[in-house]
Design a protein around this ligand. Sequence first.
Ligand code: NDP
Length: 264
Amino acid sequence: MNLGYSGRSAVVTGGTSGIGLATARILLAEGAKVAICGRDLARLEAATQALLADAAPENLLAVPCDVLNRDAVAAFAASVSDWSGGRLDLLVNNAGQGRVSTFASTTDDDWRQELDLKFFSQILPIRAFRPLLDASTAPAIVGVNSLLAAQPEAHMVCTSAARAGVQSLLKSLATEFAPHIRVNAILLGLVDSGQWQRRFEARPDQAQSRADWIAALAKTKGIPLGRLGEPDEAARAVVFLGSPAASYITGAALEVSGGVSRFI
Ligand code: NDP
């Protein structure tokens, strides 16, 4: 199957690590021009060098940008416009991270920060890049979301609530932006990336190996496929949903979780 990325352009927010970096790499391999952003300059530079190992410099744009900073997002969109000739075919809203906290341990400020991160990491890039998407013949937005949107966890209470709200937002946009811009989401289970590396490093039993820690995690979580997902496995779903090959799919939520959901 030809995904149809040749000659197209894509933006991946949070494209410097984990799922975002894997998405950028696959999009480049599929023939797209790709712009990435992230906040940490060293991570941005490392991701740039890693991606340039297999891509031509003119096909990659790397810009420091905090997606929660409206002015920075506007400047990122202006750079992308100059680089891509005023057009964007795919926006992948991937930047972010989860928050582990129960209702009792979540302060009002924590709630505000989490709702801000989850909603505005979608809203600000969508507003800023909409004119460029409008100029495309087959534009798409993919929101990287979590299975927590549909299956909340008490130990991630505010993330779960925010994720459900983001799902509602994306569903509404799929209608408002139709028929021109397709809007879809992926619902992730546990994907072995920067977030899980940080949690591994903070594990209570520092003697536990990474393989043992992951195996125990997969068992505790009851993942039918018996392991965490790889960033590439999530990225391939993003790349498909964002491609012209998915031309009749909008308003969809694709679960990438190793089968961990308990609803039908
Ligand atoms: P990583 O920590 O590996 O990557 C996160 C990326 O987002 C980094 O490039 C980071 O760069 C960037 N980022 C974070 N905040 C911002 C910001 N405000 N502005 C710009 N860039 C930002 O995590 P994952 O690859 O695992 O996560 C990707 C997405 O998938 C996230 O939204 C996450 O919440 C979601 N997700 C992941 C799951 C998993 O199991 N891995 C499960 C469910 C959802 P920098 O810090 O330098 O800005």
